[in-house]
Design a binder for this molecule. Structure first.
Ligand code: GLC
Length: 538
């Protein structure tokens, strides 16, 4: 189970590296930067797995999450040969490749949907979810789409509505139809045969809908300013019981290919998360844990510690935690919790038990980018600029050249104005940069059995702004101490030992191996430490 010790890096392919000068990232661009991710030496970031957001043929209404052919690569990203070469080149560098898999919906331009909508008795009709209008007209029920508005679109030709959990251009497949199930398993096999090492399964929690089609109840705690999708409780459109056997079936497809991995996208709280970690007979399926992607106001020791304590203790044995700080759908960490706390969050992410996920550019401390109105690409952003996801999808900042070295052409989204400070080339030269913090932590983690396997236990500290925990394996103990506030705090941590040796601190100004007294540890504002405990107290 190679993935247990892996550090996973998410690439949003449109924004990583453009090799052909059209302003959009592509596969050859990714290949040209694989050494940056892992060239086998201390210089590179040390990534083990790359997860690449979708590159299938797509009309790009949702930038690849609307697939019109699951068996081909969109020419904007390159060719199938390029893809095969990407797998070979990644494997050469001991990196695994996880592909985005989108089973919940296709594009409305997919030939399956075109056939399905052509007549009520077309053999593909039942591949999608069609319902009659209500007796007095209007959509079949009150279900709403994640991106806003009714989840139903009327199709004049056959006088029925089709269901879409996301955009109207993304009709939902009918997972109660066995042909759909089999076809999607064939899609998985097609890519596994080409050598991909697993899948990130998109919108997995939405896969089944209750087939009574009852209205969903109003959410009693919905506040108007909240996302309009939260106006209803999604008891009939998310997390349906049938999901469990569908996941098990995905896993049995994968299990024929030896040691593979699968992570399903699920925005769920602790209890559901633990349930989905445990229900599937295969331990190599994990539900993604987004509970660290929180607003500044929820970034508190109390709630973060409570979550991690419960999550970690619930997953012992062969079930394995995972932690995500950012992705292509949520604001970047620096934007959410600030520059200084983003470094504290990095220490947390890379010292917990379980798989850390890193979204491209997070290792540079990239921030959300302001997108002028005329440049908005994301359909959510076009509806409401405040909900747009373009700001966290802007080009990777490679160097100080025009367009941050991402392209020679005006990129599809603007480059952040801060690129001449926050870019790979400059940050590699600055020993205290975010990039070097990531590099050093990843390197340390990879060769540290205690961080990879050790037991996690949080400590009671008198200050409510300081989060401290121990990682322990055999005779080695690591102590992590994190100051979640912008004020100095003094803590007493000599319950475990009198002193400890510095491995690393967020400010990167304490020499490695320096000895720290734990009886009165002074944490500067936003400071975190990784310490190795020296001597047991008797
Ligand atoms: C997932 C993706 C998101 C996409 C949506 C619809 O949530 O992460 O980017 O828009 O599914 O496919």
């Amino acid at each position: 189970m190679w993935w247990k010790n892996a550090v996973i890096y998410q690439i949003y392919p449109r924004s990583f590296k453009d090799s052909n000068g059209d302003g959009i990232g592509d596969i050859n661009g990714i290949i040209s930067k694989l050494d940056y991710l892992n060239d086998g030496t201390e210089k590179s970031l040390g990534i083990d797995v790359v997860w690449i957001s979708p590159m299938y043929t797509s009309p790009m209404k949702d930038f690849g999450y609307d697939v019109s052919d699951y068996y081909s690569i969109d020419p904007i990203f390159g060719t199938m040969d390029d893809f095969d070469r990407l797998i070979t080149e990644a494997h050469k560098r001991d990196m695994f490749v996880i592909m985005d898999f989108i089973p919940n919906h296709t594009s409305d331009q997919h030939s399956w949907f075109k056939q399905s909508r052509s007549s009520r008795d077309n053999p593909k009709r039942d591949w999608y979810i069609w319902r009659n209008p209500k007796s007095h007209g209007g959509p079949p029920n009150n279900w709403i789409g994640v991106f806003g508005g009714s989840a139903w679109t009327y199709d004049k030709k056959t006088n029925q509505y089709y269901l879409h959990s996301f955009l109207p251009e993304q009709p939902d497949l009918n997972w109660r139809n066995q042909e759909v199930v089999e076809e999607m398993h064939t899609v998985m096999r097609f890519w596994l045969d080409r050598g991909v090492d697993g899948f990130r399964v998109d919108a997995l929690y939405h896969l089944f809908k209750d087939n009574t089609f009852y209205n969903e109840p109003q959410n009693p705690i919905y506040a108007k300013e909240d996302n309009s999708y939260n106006a209803l409780l999604h008891i009939y459109t998310q997390g349906q019981p049938e999901l469990i056997s569908a996941i098990a079936d995905f896993c049995s497809v994968l299990s024929k290919y030896g040691d593979r991995f699968m992570i399903g996208e699920m925005y769920i709280g602790l209890n559901e998360l633990i349930k989905f970690h445990k229900v599937c007979p295969y331990s190599f399926h994990v539900p993604s844990n987004f509970n660290l992607i929180v607003k500044k106001s929820d970034w508190s020791v109390r709630s973060i510690r409570k979550f991690i304590d419960n999550y970690d203790t619930s997953l012992r044995g062969d079930r394995w935690p995972n932690y995500v700080l950012a992705n292509h759908d949520r604001p970047r960490t620096v934007t959410r919790i600030g520059k200084a706390q983003a470094r504290v969050a990095t220490l947390l992410l890379l010292t917990l038990r379980g798989m850390p996920f890193i979204y491209y550019g997070e290792e540079l401390g990239m921030e959300n980018t302001h997108i002028p109105e005329g440049k908005i690409c994301d359909p959510c952003g076009r509806q409401d600029p405040l909900k747009g996801r373009d700001p966290e999808r802007t080009p990777m900042q490679w160097d100080k050249q025009t367009y941050a070295g991402f392209s020679t052409h005006d990129p599809w989204l603007p480059v952040n104005h801060n690129f001449d400070t926050y870019n790979v080339e400059s940050e590699l030269q600055d020993p205290q940069s975010m990039l070097n913090l990531y590099r050093r932590l990843i390197r340390y983690r990879k060769q540290s059995p205690v961080l990879l396997k050790g037991k996690y236990e949080s400590l009671d500290v008198k200050s409510r702004h300081v989060f401290a925990y121990i990682r322990e394996h055999k005779d080695q103990k690591i102590l992590v101490v994190l100051n979640f506030s912008s004020k100095e705090h003094k803590v007493k941590l000599n319950r475990e030992a009198d002193s400890a040796r510095v491995i690393l601190n967020t400010h990167m100004d304490k020499d490695k191996d320096i000895k720290i007294q734990l009886g009165s540890l002074v944490l500067r504002p936003n400071e975190g430490y990784v310490l190795e405990i020296e001597r047991e107290k008797n």
